[in-house]
Design a protein around this ligand. Structure first.
Ligand code: HEC
Length: 130
C-alpha cells in the first residue's frame, strides 16, 4: 500500500516534469559528466552524516546495478521518499542531489561541467551498472 502511494507520487511528478519541459533533451547516461566536482564534495559531507551508518558503498554499487537503464530521476525520487530510513524526506532537495553525485563518483562515474538538477533533465539521464 505504502509502495503504491509512493509510485503514484513519482508518476505525478514525472507527468508534471514532462508537461513543464516539452523539449526533452536526448538521452544521456551517468557516464557523461552529469554532475560537478563541487556536488560530489558537498555530497560526501551529507553522505557521511546521513547515509554512512546504514549502508556501505558496496550497497550503492548493487543498487546502481539493479537500477541500471532507469532514469536517474527515479532513483532520486526513491531516495528522497524513503531515506534516511529513520527520517525520510528530512534532507533538502539539493542534499539528496549532491548525495547521488557523490555515490556516482565513488562508483567510477566522472564529474563534468553540468550541474545535476532534478528539475532539469534528470529524467533523461540513464543509470548504468558500475
Ligand atoms: C537508519 C538506517 C538508514 C539510513 C540512515 C539510510 N538508509 Fe537507505 N536504506 C535503509 C534500509 C533499511 C533500506 C531498505 C532495505 C535494504 O534494501 O537494505 C534502505 C534502502 C536504500 C536504498 C535502496 C533503494 C532501492 O529501492 O533500491 C538506497 C539507494 C538507499 N537506502 C540510500 C540511502 C541514502 C542516500 C541515505 C542517506 C541520505 C540512506 N539510504 C540512509 C536504511 C537506512
Amino acid at each position: 500500500m505504502k509502495k503504491s502511494v509512493h509510485f503514484t507520487t513519482v508518476l505525478m511528478t514525472l507527468i508534471g516534469l514532462v508537461i513543464a519541459q516539452p523539449g526533452l533533451s536526448q538521452d544521456k547516461t551517468v557516464n557523461d559528466g552529469v554532475f560537478t566536482a563541487a556536488q560530489v564534495a558537498s555530497g560526501q559531507t551529507v553522505y557521511d552524516a546521513q547515509c554512512k551508518t546504514c549502508h556501505n558503498m558496496r550497497f550503492y554499487r548493487d543498487t546502481l546495478r539493479s537500477w541500471s537503464n532507469q532514469p536517474l530521476l527515479y532513483l532520486w525520487e526513491n531516495i528522497m521518499g524513503t531515506m534516511p530510513a529513520d527520517n525520510p524526506g528530512s534532507l533538502m532537495f539539493e542534499e539528496y542531489t549532491d548525495v547521488i553525485a557523490y555515490i556516482l563518483s565513488e562508483n567510477g562515474f566522472p564529474a563534468g561541467d553540468a550541474t545535476l538538477d532534478p528539475d532539469n533533465g534528470m529524467d533523461a539521464i540513464k543509470i548504468l551498472a558500475p
